[in-house]
Ligand binder design. Structure first.
Ligand code: FAD
Length: 395
């Protein structure tokens, strides 16, 4: 098996490297979560506009919809180079560009494509995803938010929770129940909601890493025009699953994890402070670091599998679940290894002058708990792999 770039990918990689060298700002060391979105906002926005002008904000979208028409492998190369060079990535656009946009391309009408895709491609419109509710997460099809047809509109009432970026978003992809009498998967419709609509209220929720990423969103008689239904009424479940397949296929993050392990290795090699666990004091840390590096390479192989399916025009399914499960659990193991290496200093957060790497590991340790919940829990991913990948019966 040859995992090197082919000729066109190698040429593209050089082009990306040259562009980054000439145009990109440096990412802030040790900055994550909300800060990664807001630190140097104006400077980063200029950089994202340059990426958009180049067609590289949605490189694998078809050219007829404003993408660069590049292969998924080229997109993988671009993501790798952005991560390798530690330049800011437009993570606040991920729900639009990576989930809502591709779903609209597959299931939307020409009018919907014309209306919603340009703002995403310009790198301007932030989107959020209104799926989960207080009583419906893993069992998403039990959702209770209602949409009732009234003339040319639907009227929405209910509540969503854990809605990432709702506080910044211009638009939401929303699932609501339109037929309460149908079997639960069959009475759901997929909407696009303007977040400025009267009756939408966004309440912030802080996560345990003390950053503001997600929210509760309330809908009180919110009117949504019928033109904002994606696909057919009561068949929203199928579009919703397309979005989830795209969400779980999000690629390019393994380089970041490799860099985290490399940073820990550098620290463990160099650090001799009395209060810190070093390789000399705890030789077993060598094994931990070796395990993490092997796992990062495994994760890269799983990413290649997903991207090669996408490259052939297929939508990865249980393969994406396998990758999501492995990467997120590995991320938690990397954060734990970091805490073992940094010792007591690992508990110091951002802002503390004694915090190694500006408290990055402390933040990742706390934030990584959520990785195995968001986008579907590890148990749900294991069920998908067991049923669809291994052909085992439902539990
Ligand atoms: C950081 C973060 C960001 C998020 N962002 C969004 C967002 O933008 N939009 C959105 O809609 N949602 C979002 N979510 C919500 C996320 O999708 C749900 O939290 C997730 O699907 C789990 O649902 P739940 O929290 O209701 O847990 P539950 O479904 O109540 O699960 C509780 C526990 O039971 C287990 N479990 C449930 N069913 C099964 C089963 N059949 N077999 C085995 N075990 C099972 C679960 O694995 C879990 O351990 C986000 C969550 C987090 C943590």
């Amino acid at each position: 098996m040859n995992l090197n770039d082919n000729e066109t990918e190698a040429v593209f990689r050089t082009e990306v490297q040259t562009f980054i060298k000439a145009e990109a700002p440096k990412a802030e060391k040790g900055v994550g979560g909300e800060e990664a979105l807001t630190a140097n906002w104006e400077r980063n926005q200029q950089w994202f506009r340059k990426l958009a002008d180049k067609g590289w904000i949605a490189p694998a979208w078809p050219t007829e919809y404003g993408g660069a028409g590049l292969s998924s492998m080229h997109q993988f190369v671009l993501n790798e180079e952005l991560a390798l060079n530690r330049v800011p990535r437009p993570l606040h656009l991920i729900i639009g560009l990576g989930m809502a946009g591709p779903t609209i391309i597959v299931h939307g009408t020409e009018e919907q494509k014309k209306e919603h895709l340009p703002g995403m491609l310009a790198g301007e419109d932030v989107w959020c995803q209104g799926y989960s509710e207080p009583g419906s997460g893993s069992d998403l099809a039990s959702l209770q938010t209602k949409a009732v047809r009234d003339g040319d509109d639907y009227v929405i009432n209910g509540q969503k929770i854990w809605t990432t970026l709702a506080h910044m978003a211009k638009k939401m992809i929303l699932l609501a129940r339109t037929d309460p009498d149908a079997p639960k998967h069959k009475g759901i419709t997929y909407f696009i909601v303007d977040m400025k609509s009267p009756g939408v209220t966004v309440q912030p929720l802080m996560n345990m890493a003390d950053t503001h990423e997600f929210n509760e969103v309330y809908f009180d008689n919110v009117r949504v025009p019928k033109e904002n239904v994606i696909g057919e009424e009561n068949r929203g479940w199928y579009s919703a699953m397309t979005t989830l397949d795209f969400e779980r296929s999000a690629i390019g993050s393994t380089i970041g994890m490799k860099q985290s392990v490399e940073t820990l290795i550098e620290y463990a090699r160099g650090h001799t402070d009395d209060h810190t666990s070093t390789l000399d004091k705890n030789p077993m840390l060598r094994y931990e670091l070796a395990d993490r590096m092997i796992e990062v390479e495994m994760a890269r192989m799983l990413s290649y599998r997903v991207v090669s399916l996408q490259n052939r025009g297929l939508i990865p399914n249980y393969e994406a679940s396998m990758m999501k499960l492995y990467n997120t659990e590995m991320n938690q193991r990397i954060a734990r290894t970091g805490q073992h290496i940094l010792g007591l200093y690992g508990q110091l957060g951002r802002g503390s002058p004694l915090a190694p790497n500006n408290g990055r590991n402390c933040y990742t340790y706390l934030r990584s708990v959520a990785y195995t919940i968001e986008g579907g829990t590890s148990e749900v991913q294991r069920n998908i792999v067991a049923q669809r990948g291994l052909g085992l019966p439902r539990d």
